[in-house]
Design a protein. Structure first.
Lengths: 356, 503, 330
């Protein structure tokens, strides 16, 4: 057992180290010191209570974003739509958060979260339903829905749900009511706990329930799933809806727990970060947690790194891309580690636009 | 004049965990036909792939026209005059016949493909060898027999003087197969040498000049048709004496279980593939569906089992109308289905044997309750299937991908037979597996019949149909041409029906 | 193509010409402006579509076109800024595209990484790297490519301005469309390319090196996206900005599918998409209707979703059979 865990962790770990090493070369190319940069990055992410809180806050939507990709992966679907799903989730959660008042917290907060989740479920479900009924490839549709979602939430926060207090000109909603704000217990934001619980829930569903069996069957062999009596179209549509819901919860937690409102253009990179995290976790919901913490730490420490070492925070994006490259191409890593190829290690989606 | 056209000398080829070819030597002389005989997995395909340059041998030599050669790929073999007709045709379906024939050796004019020149040569070749074909037809529109001609022309276009044919008659009616054998005999008269791979004893005796029998990667016998007999060859091929006919008693047909009325079904391209088929299968009988592949068998099976939409007509099981019900609704009426393509439909390769053993019943008690899978129950069920159906595996927790074809098939059969079934739909139940597993599965199918199940058996192997079926239905071009009782269904009669000839 | 489809096409084309002529008679300058905008927006999409189509015809999906555009635009801009030469910049853009294509091939063909994931790596990498190295204080230093009149042709009413008074990369793109069309459907290279996308096994057995040809094609295709990046930075905009490709690499894929993976079809589709973009700009500039800009901005993306869904429903366009699959010998 421990050997197999070690084996499954080896490739992601090596990928992270390789990513950081190449990142160091880039830092040197900018005439900065990689040691200063990385130690200040670490300090900014773990150095004290505030830093830790920042890391957990950053990691929270990342867990949801990673789950949104990982869950869809299990059904053989590639959800690149985390971006759009997060945005609609964030704006609808905020709308219920500021638009309704006089409710007690135990009703108001869940209601706001559910509003966000439902919006995301619809956003993801569109892609799944189109895939199931017309064969339209989810990659194209979710990418397009990212742009549509960006425009839609821009408009919502600039027009009907705009914050008109003072002389605000920014496209953003008013602050949410206290009764819809996610509280913090010490250094641990409740949103983070919610994310961890959601990850555990996803794992349970996928590994222990008949629905999870159906999802994984569709992901592994669509034809055999059909033969086994599984409604493949329904599984694809519902899986994408769940995936959309997960990303949207990330947005809702962001609105209700971190920013206190929705602001247009928030968290622009999340869809892509979710992909890196899900692949780093080898599409395992529980693996998403450490993967998201790692990326969250880097993001939390990025501004300190810029301040102390003079390295642009975009370096984090580059390192993430490098990590993604090395996780996606495990052959390189395995060659470096002199490892043998394990069973079913390669992630396969099977491309094609469905018009066959 | 060369002495040896093609030869393998002590060829050895290993794959991870398998010694596919072990010190094999064979030789082919000009104008002769060499038959390579062996059951599935004996190493025939590996050997010809080595001879054709697809695989590099781990040891031994290849000789082409008296010269030891080192083949780096098929193009090396092609340029030395070796042509191959693969079992699964290597043709590009949406491209035209002429394009397929010249692909890789295209005549050009001013930098572009000269299709006019190509067409002239193809017509000339097909007239010379009696292999008529429309050069401008799309390959995907051609029947399989015609596609095979294209494959042969492809080799001849490249001036092949050695032709390797891998199981060429599997897709033909007996009469078409006879015609092919005549064409091949004609080719040898021009000095061409032919390597003919098959597992059909009859064909070997009918056409070969030399016979080499392979078993478990080794040459176990070299003989000629004059010296050999069918039973002798079979014994050599399997390594023990085999029963060529399945032992079974006379059928005791009961009530009608499967009732199909005027069924019409489309294929993937939207064309009518099953054209008004009406059929009954009674409890306690095996109805075999014979036909050349691609005449609607697949679509018929998929329609009956709910995998494919029925365009018109009706079907009922045990009196219950189930037209266009889902696969699950149909399965829940006690229908077992051994699918044609086990890798595509029958198993999920990455799943464990345990998960595969409940693939279509995971949602029912005792395997799950209230949406939660019960892993201990599933594990025990898998254990009993593996024991009862002789699935050779170290554990039920390993991935199904680790099993051999025969064991995968036994797992599927075990799964389907582990609950009570009224109707069994078995499509190509023994395709590509060893004789031991074939015998086992045949016995189990007859057992189901004797327990009162209605069995619809679809097979491209006419021998399988003739030895198992109590009645034989013949499909041609999507239509049911005739249904014969087993005692009047001779090879010749069924063969003519398979070609659509009814009088 | 079947005869009734062809007839439909002719009817549609005739209607279109009549429609355009009616608008032109009613309001010449505005019609000209919208149509010129259409051609401008179509160029980038057509280049991206050619990149995608050469890959897909050989069986490799490229969803990294967006990243190829972005990275090439960055290098085209930077090299022009340093050397002061638009030509050097354009060449650098093409070279960048080829390099990115080679990287995609190395991942998807060589290392057998899932093709969609490989393309995603390019997209994320390009966004990260260009943002990291982007220097806000840098400017192009020279003025961007300007229109070149093609002699008397440019004086023709309407079409003169729309088609024959364009900057150089647009002309080059139109020429490339013809060349790629002939190459794909008439040359030995094209026949073999289509074969490895439909049935790589068949190609292999006649001695075509499937992996090498895929490598070559995916790399080569990157050059088209690279030219697209150069167009973006040096001809369309005249500078570089973060994430400036704005999703057009993805739209190019829709254009490719809609255009049935052939260059002329893709150009027609690109003109159609370009038209929605041009119309959007026109509405915004002239406030024709009181539609919020966000909704107008969604238009091309919504259209793409509809196109992809419809093309699946009609089943009229078939994917190359081996699309998205890695090829293993034997």
């Amino acid at each position: 057992m421990s050997r197999s865990i070690l084996r499954s962790v080896a490739v992601p770990l090596a990928a992270v180290i390789l990513g950081l090493l190449i990142g160091a070369i880039l830092i040197v190319s900018q005439n900065a010191s990689p040691i200063t940069a990385y130690s200040s990055l670490l300090q900014g992410g773990l150095g004290d209570g505030d830093a830790l809180l920042r890391t957990l806050q950053k990691a929270t939507p990342l867990i949801f974003g990673g789950l949104a990709v990982a869950f869809a992966f299990k059904a053989g679907l590639f959800n690149i739509g985390g971006q759009g799903q997060l945005l609609v989730g964030a704006v609808f959660a905020a709308a219920v958060g500021f638009g309704v008042d006089g409710l007690p917290m135990f009703i108001h907060l869940p209601a706001a979260l559910i509003a966000g989740a439902l919006a995301g479920a619809i956003w993801g479900g569109i892609a799944g339903a189109l895939k199931a009924t017309t064969g339209a490839h989810e990659v194209i549709v979710t990418i397009m829905l990212n742009f549509v979602g960006g425009n839609l939430t821009d408009w919502l926060s600039a027009n009907p749900w705009k914050d008109n207090s003072g002389n605000n000109i920014v496209a953003r909603t008013p602050l949410v009511e206290d009764s819809a704000t996610i509280p913090t217990f010490g250094a641990i934001p409740v949103g983070f706990l919610l994310a961890v619980l959601t990850a555990a829930g996803c794992w349970m569903i996928l590994e222990r329930t008949t629905y999870g069996f159906e999802v994984r069957s569709v992901g592994q062999n669509r034809n055999a799933a059909h033969y086994a009596g599984i409604k493949v179209g329904w599984i694809m549509a519902s899986t994408m809806a769940v995936a959309g819901m997960l990303a949207a919860l990330g947005g809702a937690v962001e609105s209700l727990g971190v920013d206190g409102r929705f602001e247009a253009g928030v968290n622009v990179g999340l869809g892509f970060e979710g992909i890196t995290i899900a692949l780093l976790a080898r599409a395992n919901p529980l693996g998403v947690i450490p993967a998201a913490l790692l990326v969250g730490l880097m993001e939390a420490g990025a501004s300190r790194m810029q301040f102390k070492a003079g390295v642009a925070p975009e370096l984090i994006d580059v390192i993430q891309a490098l990590i993604l490259f090395f996780v996606a191409a495990p052959m390189i890593v395995r060659w470096l580690l002199r490892m043998r190829q394990g069973d079913s290690e390669q992630l396969r989606l099977g491309a094609g636009w469905g018009n066959s | 004049m060369t002495d040896l056209l093609l030869a393998a000398r002590n060829v050895t080829k290993r794959f991870p965990g398998v010694l596919a070819n072990d010190d094999i030597s064979v030789e082919l002389k000009p104008g002769r036909i060499l038959a390579l005989l062996g059951e599935n997995g004996a190493g025939k395909s590996t050997l010809v792939n080595v001879l054709f340059g697809m695989y590099r041998p781990d040891g031994g030599q290849i000789i082409i026209k008296d010269e030891v050669v080192d083949l780096h790929g098929p193009d090396d073999a092609i340029s030395r005059g070796i042509g191959m007709v693969h079992q699964h045709f290597q043709l590009v379906p949406p491209m035209r016949v002429v394009e397929n024939i010249v692909l890789g050796a295209e005549p050009t004019k001013r930098g572009l493909v000269d299709l006019d020149e190509a067409r002239l040569r193809v017509v000339e070749l097909s007239e010379r060898y009696g292999l008529e074909v429309d050069p401008d037809a799309l390959v995907e529109d051609l029947p399989v027999g015609m596609q095979q001609r294209v494959e042969i022309l492809k080799a001849l276009y490249r001036n092949a003087d050695v032709l390797i044919l891998d199981e060429p008659t599997g897709v033909l009616t007996p009469q078409e197969a006879d015609h092919l054998l005549t064409v091949l005999r004609g080719l040898t008269e021009t000095g061409v040498g032919i390597v003919f791979i098959t597992h059909k004893l009859r064909e070997v005796l009918a056409i070969a000049d030399d016979i080499v029998v392979l078993r478990e990667g080794r040459v176990v016998g070299t003989t000629t048709p004059e010296q050999a007999t069918e039973s002798g060859l079979a014994e050599m091929m399997v390594g023990r004496s085999v029963v060529l006919r399945v032992e079974k008693s006379t059928a005791q047909p009961g009530d009608v279980v499967l009732q199909v009325d005027d069924l019409k079904v489309n294929d993937n391209r939207g064309q009518l593939a099953v054209d008004g088929v009406s059929l009954q299968v009674r409890a306690g009988e095996i109805v075999g569906v014979a036909g050349v592949e691609g005449n609607g068998q697949r679509e018929l099976v998929e329609a009956i089992t709910g995998l494919r939409h029925v365009a018109a007509g009706a079907m009922a099981i045990a009196g219950k109308p189930l037209t266009n019900n889902s696969t699950r609704q149909i399965a829940e009426n006690d229908v077992g289905h051994i699918p044609e393509d086990r890798e595509k439909h029958g198993i999920i390769a990455a799943y464990s044997l345990a998960e595969n053993s409940v693939l279509n019943r995971y949602h029912r008690p005792p395997f799950s309750s209230r949406g939660i899978m019960r892993r201990e129950v599933i594990y025990e069920h898998a254990q009993s299937v593996v024991e009862e159906f002789d699935v050779r595996t170290p554990s039920v927790n390993v991935a199904a991908s680790s099993l051999s074809g025969g064991n995968k098939q036994k797992l599927i059969v075990g799964r389907e037979f582990s609950s009570h079934i009224k109707l069994l739909v078995a499509a190509q139940p023994t395709r590509g597996i060893d004789i031991g597993a074939i015998e086992f599965i045949h016995r189990r199918i007859v057992e189901q019949r004797d327990k009162g199940a209605a069995v619809l058996l679809v097979s491209a192997e006419l021998d399988e149909i003739l030895s198992l079926a109590d009645r034989v239905a013949v499909l041609y071009d999507g239509k049911l041409v005739d249904v014969l009782d087993a005692n009047v269904a001779t090879r010749e009669k069924v063969g003519l029906l398979m070609a659509g000839i009814t009088d | 193509m079947k005869t009734h489809q062809r007839r439909l096409l002719w009817i549609a084309a005739t209607l279109l010409i009549v429609l355009i002529w009616t608008f032109y008679s009613a309001n010449g300058p505005q019609t000209t402006a919208v149509l010129a905008g259409t051609v401008r927006a179509a160029t980038l999409l057509a280049l991206g579509a050619m990149c995608g189509m050469i890959g897909e015809r050989s069986g490799v999906v490229n969803i990294g076109i967006e990243g190829q555009f972005l990275m090439s635009a960055f290098f085209a801009f930077t090299v022009t800024s340093i050397t002061g030469s638009l030509f050097m910049g354009a060449m650098a853009g093409i070279a960048t595209g080829l390099t990115m294509g080679w990287m995609l091939a190395a991942m998807a063909v060589g290392l057998k990484v899932d093709q969609i994931i490989a393309g995603t790596v390019l997209n994320i990498g390009a966004l990260g790297l260009t943002s990291f190295f982007y220097d806000r204080s840098r400017s192009l230093g020279v003025s961007k490519y300007t229109n070149i009149d093609l002699g008397a042709l440019a004086d023709l009413p309407l079409v003169g301005t729309v088609f024959f008074s364009r900057p150089p990369i647009t002309y080059l793109t139109m020429a490339l469309l013809v060349i790629v069309h002939i190459a794909l459907f008439r040359s030995v290279w094209g026949m073999r390319t289509r074969a490895i996308g439909e049935h790589p096994g068949a190609a292999d057995t006649v001695g075509i090196d499937v992996l090498r040809l895929r490598y070559l094609n995916v790399t080569l295709a990157g050059g088209f996206a690279g030219l697209g990046g150069s167009y973006l930075a040096l001809e369309a905009v005249g500078t570089f900005s973060r994430a400036m490709s704005g999703g057009r690499g993805f739209l190019a894929l829709a254009v490719m599918i809609f255009g049935r993976r052939n260059p002329f079809g893709a150009y027609a589709a690109a003109l159609f998409f370009g038209f929605t973009t041009a119309l959007q700009n026109h509405f915004q500039l002239n406030s024709v209707f009181d539609i919020p800009p966000q909704f107008v901005g969604m238009l091309p993306f919504v259209v793409t979703i509809i196109v992809v869904a419809l093309s699946g429903l009609m089943g009229s366009m078939r994917d190359p059979a081996a699309l998205g699959q890695t090829y293993e010998k034997g």
